[in-house]
Design a protein around this ligand. Structure first.
Ligand code: GTP
Ligand code: MG
Length: 229
């Protein structure tokens, strides 16, 4: 059989792109919960501290491309900071998480960003506020203040800002859709949410200033208009 015939008879192989995403932030903000929800669609109310780095994979298909996400979840206790390179180096996006009910976890983002961005300047940063289901019951003035401060942080980091609830499945899938769109510089049709008090989803003018040197951005250009779930 000639080579041309052989190629015709084999099923067409899908393109495969590997994308590593790091998850960082203080202890108990909900990094592991978010990753497990995204990969296994399960939520556990009980807290199990992450010792070192957790790692899960999920495949999503966009048109003829399989995107294989490798999610690297770093334990938030200070003692694991020496493992930050595992979550940062090689990541195309780094998700910085804080707990919407604990403002001090947002303040900590400065230090997480300084260190992770220092290790990997080309990774797309995303700023994610967790536990929106609890936040929405707090004092409206607090909600307003925290939302405004988060927006300022997102602006400085040039990072999309997303409020989510893993417990109530709010904006979980969208975090990773936005990460993918920013990594591959794709147009995204997800509706933005800008009103204070709502689960914010702001990405259009944020997270676009990454250098072009990241190799994944040259490897494929699937469209996120088709479903990624
Ligand atoms: N109500 C509510 N609780 C949540 C949510 N996400 C996580 N939690 C809870 O918050 C606690 C901490 O969640 P984890 O995912 O273990 O936090 P973590 O950031 O991985 O913590 P470390 O591993 O110590 O860094 C657990 O009890 C979760 O059930 C959420 O969206 N809503
Ligand atoms: Mg954890």
């Amino acid at each position: 059989m000639s080579e041309a015939q052989e190629q015709q008879e084999l099923p067409k192989a899908k393109n495969r792109v590997d994308v590593q995403v790091g998850l960082v932030g203080d202890a108990q903000v909900g990094k592991t919960s978010l990753m497990v929800k995204y990969v296994q669609n399960v939520f556990d109310e009980e807290y199990t501290q992450t010792l070192g780095v957790n790692f899960l994979k999920r495949k999503v298909s966009i048109r003829s491309t399989d995107i294989v996400f490798s999610l690297m979840d770093l334990g938030g206790q200070r003692e694991f900071i020496n493992m930050l390179p595992i979550a940062s180096l090689g990541s195309s996006a780094i998700v910085f998480l804080f707990d919407l009910t604990r403002p001090e976890t947002l303040s900590s983002i400065k230090e997480w960003y300084r260190q992770a961005h220092g290790l990997n300047e080309t990774a797309v940063p995303l700023l994610v506020g967790t536990k929106y289901d609890l936040f929405v019951d707090l004092d409206p003035e607090y909600q307003e203040q925290l939302s405004r401060t988060s927006m300022e942080y997102a602006q400085v980091m040039d990072a999309p800002l997303i409020f989510c609830s893993t417990a109530k499945s709010i904006n979980v899938q969208k975090i990773f859709k936005i990460a993918l769109a920013k990594i591959f510089k794709l147009t995204l049709t997800v509706q933005e949410i800008n009103d204070v008090g709502d689960p914010l989803l702001i990405y259009r003018h944020l997270g676009n200033q990454r250098h072009d040197s990241d190799e994944v951005s040259r490897r494929s250009s699937p469209s996120t208009r088709s479903s990624t779930s």
